[in-house]
Design a protein around this ligand. Sequence first.
Ligand code: ATP
Ligand code: MG
Length: 560
Amino acid sequence: MTTETAIAEAGRDFIRDIIQADLEAGRQREIVTRFPPEPNGYLHIGHAKSIALNFGVAQEFPGHCNLRFDDTNPTREEQEYIDSIQADVRWLGFDWGKNLFYASDYFDRLYEWAEGLIRAGLAYVDDQSQDEIRANRGTLTEPGSNSPFRDRSVAENLDLFHRMKAGEFPNGARVLRARIDMAAGNINLRDPVLYRILHAHHPRTGDKWSIYPSYDYAHGQSDAIEGVTHSICTLEFEDHRPLYDWLLEKLPVPSRPRQYEFARLNLTYTLLSKRVLTKLVQDGHVSGWDDPRMPTIAGLKRRGVPPAAIREFVKRIGVAKANSVVDVGMLEFCIREELNRTAPRRMAVLRPLKVVLENYPEGQTEEIEAVNHPDDPALGTRRLAFGRELYIEQEDFMENPPKKFFRLSPGNEVRLRYAYFIKCEKVIKNAAGEVVELRCTYDPLTRGGNAPDGRKVKATMHWLPAAQSRPAEIRIYNQLFAKPSPDAANFAADLNPQSLEIMKEARIEPAIAEANSAEAMQFERQGYFVRDKDSTPDRLVLNRTIGLRDTFAKEVGGKG
Ligand code: ATP
Ligand code: MG
């Protein structure tokens, strides 16, 4: 794509406006963005917003987007997270090509630059404890106070810094701080910590380092090393920008990135803090990072959410400068819209109730043709066996129906989808008084689902043949949290006790079992489903991605 057409097609939010203006003014010929995750957890839907923005603008305008791991804290970071992040970005449909980087690649350079700051009198080694540093930082209304170690000589600072690196001091004994201004109105400028002592093994640099750069020190310089032009981050870093700019000004960096802040994604009924997500996994509230109730990319994927639905969602919510909370219903809408278009139709009975057609000849079966997609004839048809014994959904029968119940009840006639009209003649119960079987008759003249005499029925129900259908376990997921704004500090109290329902006795049509394992399917009248990785060759496990309609208030336990 040429620069001109790219520019003409872009410009839908303030970030794109800025980029377009920069390109038009010739400030850059190509842009460089980056997505900079810390590998201390799995990616979530909030990250998807940042990914789509950073990779998206690099596709729309001439330029590229780096994937850079901000791996400056080895105590919390793991290879598993590095691997999962790469897999998830790819699955979302984005490609960093050769542009995969790690902040740890720059540790040598960052160290040399820190020495340069010391030589210029712009950094010093502080022996105060973490608590003392915090206590002396001041408040929003009061200035901080200078460290007693602030005026050490350059030689002493260099010596101590070298010895910190050599591993001579225990964790927490000393830090390297920038020497800026303890009275600065912006607390981030009150001599921020640049390096801390940490005797920890790093997934990439091993045991080479006993000191690690702070995020604030590593971040902006990593951008500069990579030639990032537009360093896009979330609003909470707005107050850090003056510090990043101070460092970029003082250091011999090869380029000068500009930082722009946008509002992070918040979703109702959802918590997106990595601290909370990690706790949910560690404390066993969910089965893992990829539990289908998790807002992680891995969870959404396992639940059957197509990446296109996530991309559409983040496109619709847009990019703004003010924080807000997006209704999770918007995400669900995008998922339904995508799946409705693409998912083949199937039939499954979640809670089976047996039906015996008393006037259907014993031992006989016939084939019924069913369409795979009502709006897409190219998806063709399939055949279902029909015979004397069938299953219907328990909730499609009521012995004593209220006035508006049009499905099956004693004496009432309904249509079985694609098949026949049936009428309930007799109800069979077990010793406990529960309905266990229905005796029905069918009208052989209604084959295909229409009566030649023109009589109508008010309900069409899904069904399955008893013998030819297969057993399956079906898992229904509801919101993980029961409240629209769960409390991050005490999230366990807000968990929805009904977030997972398991139907162990479900029945499915054979085509479901034969499907390609990743294929999303619509089960008629039930919703969208996908095969779960817990499936075995003889027992299929299916996840409900989402119901057909927004039944959400009911699902989270409210009566609304
Ligand atoms: P934490 O939850 O601990 O604050 P984080 O979510 O910021 O961590 P990072 O790995 O630092 O985790 O995030 C990588 C990038 O994703 C950052 O640029 C961050 O701004 C962005 N990001 C994180 N959460 C969201 C969100 N909810 N909406 C949009 N972007 C986000
Ligand atoms: Mg972060």
